[in-house]
Design a binder for this molecule. Structure first.
Ligand code: BTX
Length: 330
């Protein structure tokens, strides 16, 4: 049932301005014309507006805004990412659900999406504000066959993929602040939280959380004082439908992930550095209780930060606190 409806959407979406006849649909899907009609009624329940004209056929007039496991999957052109989607109207955190599923053996590529999170979290248990209906709050379960120390590479990989997805659908330029934040016009629009369950030399699973602000207004961020977040709506002046956005993001992540498995981290590293915030510029580092100024040179093979100090020596930093904006002067 599910996959028939998915194929139906795929067929109709291929010819957006044309009618596709019931005859063609029934031949392609190998079901009767009355079964096609029943599927159309089900799609309408999920928010599709479908025009049906006798002797011409069917066409989609409007895709649904509504998020559900079905609407996320229909029209999603991935092979494995999102092959299972769990959708919750409201939850503490999609990370919690995904960890639970991961422990129970959920398949690689399972995606958990929520309309609202009441305990959304960032790194170091910071709060991630996840207002109802206004953003993309989702967690991916991944089971990569790589060494545990390579896991941070997957944060960088998804950051590049999200930037590519956002640049595909808007005219804005996005960049990545090491290691996990996406910025536009100096404001944070998205964050990535990669958590891992591993044994010494083997990853059991990774839960990668992605939070993207979509339709918030400026006043929705009044409670955040430290980094003036932004949303797609604030930046573009228009509201966005989250469903196609989720699909483009998943498609880009899957594409880059497959490239990573074939070609390794190097192409991802290059793409990441092309989009890196303040690359080649002075930044302040506070590590080992010392503050010093250096030049942000790039990232290494593991995704760690390379900063050159004033004597020209390179330092590899994994979790140092970086004062990005100051360059030592603020
Ligand atoms: P982070 O630790 O880099 O960023 C958290 C910080 O960002 C907060 O301390 C706050 O200052 C600021 N902040 C909080 N909410 C927002 C927001 N909506 N937009 C911009 N800035 C904000 C980044 O952590 C990783 C966030 C991952 C969120 C996803 S959502 C789906 C999944 N579920 C879950 O609980 N977390 C992940």
């Amino acid at each position: 049932m599910e996959s028939t409806r998915r194929k139906l959407i795929d067929l109709l979406s291929r010819y957006p301005d044309e009618f596709v006849s019931g005859q063609v649909l029934s031949e392609q899907l190998n079901i009767t014309r009355s079964a096609i009609w029943k599927h159309m009624k089900e799609l309408e329940k999920d928010g599709y507006v479908i025009q049906s004209v006798p002797r011409k056929g069917y066409r989609i007039l409007k895709n649904p805004d509504k998020l559900s496991a079905n609407t996320i999957q229909w029209g999603l052109s991935t092979n494995w990412l999102g092959s299972r989607v769990i959708f919750e109207k409201t939850t503490d955190s999609t990370q919690v659900i995904a960890h639970h599923l991961g422990r129970e053996g959920a398949q690689h590529g399972t995606v958990v999406v929520a309309d609202e999170q009441v305990k959304g979290r960032g790194r170091l248990n910071r709060t991630w504000y996840s207002k109802k209906g206004d953003g993309i709050w989702m967690s991916l379960i991944l089971r990569p066959e790589v060494e545990p120390q390579q896991a941070p590479q997957l944060t960088l990989l998804s950051a590049v993929a999200i930037v590519e997805a956002l640049e595909e659908i808007t005219d804005l330029a996005f960049y990545i602040k090491w290691p996990n934040d996406i910025y536009v016009h100096d404001h944070k629009i998205a964050g990535i939280l990669t958590e891992m369950q591993a044994e010494q030399d083997q990853i059991n699973y990774i839960v990668q959380g992605i939070g993207l602000n979509v339709n918030q207004n400026r006043e929705d961020f009044n409670m955040i004082s430290d980094n003036e977040p932004t949303s797609l709506k604030i930046e573009t002046g228009m509201a966005w439908n989250r469903r196609p956005l989720i699909q483009v993001i998943l498609q880009q992540i899957e594409r880059l992930y497959e490239r990573y498995l074939k070609e390794g981290f190097l192409p991802i590293k290059t793409m990441w550095e092309e989009r890196a915030y303040r690359l080649g510029q002075p930044i302040m580092v506070s590590s080992k209780n010392q503050n010093w100024q250096g030049i942000f040179k790039g990232i290494d093979q593991d995704g760690a930060l390379i900063v050159t100090d004033q004597k020209g020596r390179d330092h590899v930093l994994y979790s140092a606190e970086i004062n990005w904006r100051s360059g030592g002067h603020e």
